[in-house]
Design a protein around this ligand. Structure first.
Ligand code: ARG
Ligand code: ZN
Length: 856
């Protein structure tokens, strides 16, 4: 069945209060729920339930017979008379048998919950929709030895012993919340503890709960939490509101983390970090996800969503907030580059394929499928554009007004836009199209120069592509940061301008342009669009050397690379000279920091090149072209230069996590990567030495990843060493699987297939599944192997996991959805796999929706 945005109707019954009592046990948990219901409309009380074993239903203390209610198709329907009632249900559930990891489940001997979007119905009967807000009071009872720690949302109010070696804990959450924010954790956990004093002087007790052996690995997450709490006070005026804030890390989790009120539950990948086991990127991801979930306390929890079509109201906004936080805590330039790279890799592809949908979708079969790059990352870009248009002061006025107006409510995207409009005194009429029109707009920019008049004219034309179910779209409101540089002087010709492109085409004129200008456009990536220009390789080389906007400078180098790659694929070769020169110049530029240099000289991925080619893609040709350019850069810049750069950055000093030290590691490992464009004995020796000498995971895994992609004898040596060192650390072992799944040798697929039979591989743990199968599906060269064996392997594994965990399975459909861009033979094989998946007996609703839509 399809759920549509236009069909929204408010709930017929409100539930201001709920009390829950759990008798926790992995095999069989008993849940008693008492709902205080109040009439708000017409009709009976309808409660959702999924895989619940119903024991009894009572209304106002009277147990109902089977004729007092109906239970069918996941709905418990109870006719009620009067304006209010107390409804009590008792159910039993089986956490240990819950492989979907939605609802209450077991992970590593502990019990935990995941309710967003529709998991609460797997715990008890309830109207499982975000616009029913209740105050929760929860009692947990469990065996004291197996489950010494009992946590839920809100503040702890009581705890004590019970007979038979059991104990209890009671939690009250004073803030009304939707049921998707409910959480319970029970287990043998230890906390890293700390405290935070809020801006009004309240003291909050902080705890990050993990296995006893992992407590020390929580320090980075704890610092990020405290930084986030302060940042939200300073930048949005938002203060934390409970006496405690707890985070629990679990090993089995379908996504990154969950913002349950006062009790965040995390995939352990985004909490545990130390130098030996986590890369610099892992450390950054931990801080970003901790911040993200914390920021949800205001954008998501205090103000939640009226229905799931409004998901970007909380997710787009919270991603924008976590991106801003990370930028403030580290290098804004590098953070912006990383965010745009992620947007292009995931969201631009989504927007260009069969699963394209607007930031605020119109319909869904399974809501879990809409936790997408479009809702999250494009949603964040839309808010970034609004903030750019408003300026910092008016943006703050708008967000203040949003919190003032809607605190305690289940709000809509429209409420948010209206608050920005009213608070910032602006008109976002046309801007709203960003929420309703799918597809990445293209802006074509043409700059003409009249030397006699000393004037330049920029002509801009926008086009919004057709996407499934949407055609003939209206022009969007696109903020473009634009500047001109003098080709001779190399300097800025007048200040940067913010041009608001609102019509299908527009022109912009520049006076007093004394020398031929070079165009710098969409600086800072001010709008999530694709820019097409007639700029030459020389122009891009010029900008990569002179642009003062770091993103634009990075972008110029990327364009230079992309154009060479496309040229190499289409014409079997390209002139790499201008690129070699630009890279050499960038490497020598003392004014640039290491991290920035490392980012900007990275070649676009094979997937990005395929996306750019657009049609009739032959992944083998893309691979050959990219490897060719990599070798041209190795030789053009000079093997000695790369070797010397690598050596100069391998100082062997103490390990530090400062931006400078991270930047040095980044550039060092990019240099090592170029040396491996032709992995001669010297390069292999350097990498093997780095692998062994490494004081941290960043250097160790970089060396391992490169060695794995060779057939040097060192390959097996380091793989074995890595396995022996880290076999008991699940998160690090994931890296071992991923490194091998990313390799590109002739027999890379056979090796991955063999790894699926390794005793440490399991489809039950989503991280491990993604580490092998997910990485392989992202490995364009191997996934698209000419004989179709890559497609078959991924589809087989996907169907295997679909039978136990549909949410994890459905994520792997997207790579098959790119069939339209591939050459005919591969496109046919990809379609055949999608058809096999759609027709598979017992295929889940999640996977069915994704696969059937991908065929269109
Ligand atoms: N709200 C969580 C977060 O962004 C993610 C929940 C994902 N749920 C899902 N059904 N995919 O922070
Ligand atoms: Zn979120």
């Amino acid at each position: 069945t399809i759920t549509r945005r236009e069909d929204y109707a408010p709930p017929a019954w409100r539930i201001p209060d709920i009390s829950l009592a759990f008798d926790l046990d992995a095999e069989r948990t008993r849940v008693r729920a008492v709902l205080e219901v109040e009439c708000a409309g017409e009709g009976p009380l309808v409660l959702d339930g999924d895989e619940l074993d119903l024991k009894s239903v009572a209304v106002n203390g009277q147990v109902l017979g089977e004729d007092g209610y109906t239970l069918a198709d996941g709905k418990l329907v109870i006719p009620l008379s009067g304006d209010a009632a107390r409804v009590e249900t008792i159910v039993e559930i089986a956490p240990a048998a819950n492989t979907k990891l939605m609802g209450l489940y077991a992970s590593g001997g502990n019990l935990c919950t995941q309710c967003e979007a529709e998991g609460f119905r797997r715990i008890t009967f309830f109207p499982d929709r975000p616009d029913v807000l209740s105050r929760y009071s929860v009692e947990l009872r469990a065996d004291k030895v197996r489950y010494p720690v009992l946590l839920s949302n809100g503040n702890p109010v009581a705890a004590g012993d019970l007979p038979d070696g059991r104990h209890f804990a009671r939690w009250d959450d004073p803030f009304p919340k939707p049921c998707y924010l409910f959480a319970v954790v029970a287990g043998d956990l230890r906390a890293l503890e700390d405290s935070f004093e809020t801006m009004s002087g309240r003291h909050v007790k902080l705890g990050i709960w993990v296995r006893a052996a992992d407590v020390e690995k929580c320090r980075h997450a704890m610092q990020a939490l405290k930084d986030s709490m302060r940042w939200d006070e300073v930048h949005y005026g938002r203060e934390y509101d409970l006496d405690v804030f707890n985070i629990v890390a679990v090993d089995d989790f379908n996504f990154g983390a969950m913002e349950n009120k006062g009790l965040n539950v995390f995939n352990s990948k985004y909490i545990l970090a130390d130098a030996e086991t986590a890369t610099d990127a892992d450390f950054d991801a931990v801080a970003a996800v901790v911040a993200h979930e914390y920021f949800h306390n205001w954008t998501g929890n205090r103000i939640t969503c009226r229905d799931w079509f409004q998901l970007s109201l909380k997710e787009g906004l919270t991603v924008f907030r976590d991106q801003s936080f990370s930028a403030d805590m580290g290098s804004p330039a590098v953070k912006r580059i990383e965010d745009v790279r992620a947007l292009r890799a995931a969201q631009f592809q989504e927007d260009a394929g069969p699963l394209a949908h607007p930031v605020r979708p119109e319909s869904y079969i399974e809501i879990s499928n809409f936790y997408t790059a479009t809702v999250y990352n494009k949603g964040a870009e839309v808010i970034r554009m609004a903030a750019t248009l408003l300026g910092p002061e008016n943006y703050r006025k708008g967000t203040d007004l949003y919190f003032q107006r809607h605190d305690g409510e289940a709000a809509t995207v429209e409420d948010w836009v209206k608050a920005l409009e009213d608070g910032g005194a602006t008109d976002f009429g046309q801007f709203r199209l960003w929420y309703s029109q799918a597809g990445t707009p293209t802006v074509t920019a043409d700059l003409a120069y009249d030397a006699a008049k000393k004037a330049a004219t920029l002509t801009l034309v926008q086009a919004v592509p057709d996407t499934p179910g949407q055609s003939n779209k209206a022009a969007m409101h696109i903020p473009l940061r634009i500047a001109l540089f003098g080709r001779e002087s190399g300097s800025l010709l007048g200040p940067e301008q913010l041009f608001q492109l609102r019509s299908a085409s527009a022109t912009m004129t520049f006076e007093n342009v004394a020398e031929p200008p070079v165009l710098s456009i969409n600086r800072g990536f001010s709008a999530p669009v694709t820019v097409e220009t007639k700029r030459s390789a020389a122009d891009f080389a010029f900008l990569s050397a002179h642009d003062d906007d770091p993103f634009a400078r990075y972008e110029a180098m990327q364009q230079l690379m992309m154009d060479r790659l496309v040229d190499a694929v289409k014409n079997d070769g390209t002139d790499a000279a201008p690129l070699v020169e630009a890279v050499s110049r960038t490497l020598k530029n003392q004014a640039l920091d290491h991290a920035f240099i490392g980012e900007s000289i990275l070649l676009p991925t094979e997937t990005m090149v395929a996306e750019r080619l657009g049609a009739n893609v032959d992944p083998d040709a893309v691979h050959i072209a990219r490897e060719g350019l990599r070798r041209a850069l190795l030789e053009g810049v000079g093997r000695e230069t790369w070797t010397a750069l690598h050596a100069s950055l391998s100082d062997g000093g103490p390990y530090e996590l400062t931006p400078d030290a991270k930047g040095r590691r980044r550039l060092k490992n990019v240099a090592l990567g170029y040396l491996f464009a032709d992995a001669d004995d010297a390069a292999v020796a350097v990498a093997e030495a780095q692998y062994h000498a490494a004081t941290n995971m960043t250097d160790r895994i970089a060396a391992l990843g490169l060695l794995v992609d060779t057939d040097a004898p060192a390959r097996e040596r380091v793989l074995q060493d890595f396995y022996d060192r880290f076999k008991n650390d699940a998160l690090v072992l994931d890296k071992w699987f991923t490194a091998q799944a990313m390799a590109t040798g002739e027999d890379a697929l056979e090796k991955a297939v063999a790894l699926a039979a390794h005793p440490d591989f399991t489809i039950r743990n989503p991280n491990r599944f993604r580490a092998l199968v997910g990485a392989l599906a992202m490995n364009q060269f191997v996934f698209h192997r000419k004989d179709g064996a890559g497609y078959r392997f991924v589809a087989d594994k996907l169907l295997e996991v679909d039978a136990i965990n549909p949410q994890t399975a459905a994520r792997f459909i997207a790579p098959f959805g790119r069939w339209r861009r591939m050459e005919d033979a591969r496109a046919a094989m990809m379609r055949a796999e999608l058809e096999r998946i759609v027709g598979a007996p017992g295929v889940s609703r999640d996977t069915f929706e994704m696969a059937s839509k991908s065929l269109v």
